[in-house]
Design a binder for this molecule. Structure first.
Ligand SMILES: [Zn+2]
Length: 209
């Protein structure tokens, strides 16, 4: 089997798959954001499954902070999915690397030893702001990469496979977006049809990602 590459940043800019509109509380967009960003933090790539309380450790982050542009507080296209650590470090800072505008792979690279390097000045600034190259973010990457190396070493060991799935499977509970009715509709209904929960219903969801 081909092993996941969990710390490879996207090679294209993020194009929205969902277009829910009209929620007054931005937190109501969270189920869409979970699916939109594949259950991981857009900044550090840590996944829900790596946290003891799963999605409880993630939230909707305002890319352009509320303090800078209050009009975009409930604009879905201004929301990204982030772990609470990155979210709390970012606070009201406006960062110049917008995942909707640039491919993060051109700005960040993670080595085999887990260290992250910024390939541009704004990327270096973001690594510093979010403290991405120190414990705990660094240790998490090192632990995850160790699991992958062990999986490579013992590809057919059932216990190893179970451990591997603990880190790389999709979450047990996937948001059922077909049951959501955003007040002002959804400009991208196809996104719901192709969501991860629908794929699981159709038995087309991969075992890992
Ligand atoms: Zn994060």
């Amino acid at each position: 089997m081909t092993l996941p590459v969990p710390f490879a940043y996207p090679t294209t800019r993020h194009v929205r798959r969902h277009g829910p509109r009209g929620y007054r509380d931005y937190g109501d967009y969270k189920p869409f954001l979970r699916d939109e960003f594949t259950f991981r933090c857009v900044y550090c790539l840590e996944r829900e499954l790596w946290y003891p309380n799963r999605e409880g450790s993630f939230s909707a982050d305002h890319f352009t902070p509320k303090a800078i542009d209050p009009n975009r507080e409930t604009d879905y296209d201004n929301l990204v999915y982030a772990c609470v650590r990155c979210n709390s470090y970012k606070q009201a800072n406006l960062i110049s690397l917008d995942p909707a505008q640039v491919a993060f792979s051109a700005h960040f690279t993670v080595a085999e030893d887990g260290h992250i390097t910024g390939l541009s000045e704004p990327a270096k600034d973001l690594i510093e702001l979010l403290d991405l190259d120190h414990d705990p973010a660094l240790n998490v990457r090192q632990k995850i990469l160790r699991v992958l190396r062990l999986k490579q070493k013992y590809p057919d060991d059932p216990e190893m496979h179970e451990l591997f799935l603990n880190y790389f499977a999709f979450p047990q509970e996937l948001p059922d977006l077909s049951r959501r009715n955003p007040p002002d509709g959804n400009t991208k209904p196809d996104g719901v049809k192709n969501s991860y929960n629908e794929q699981r219903q159709l038995n087309t969801l991969p075992e890992t990602y």
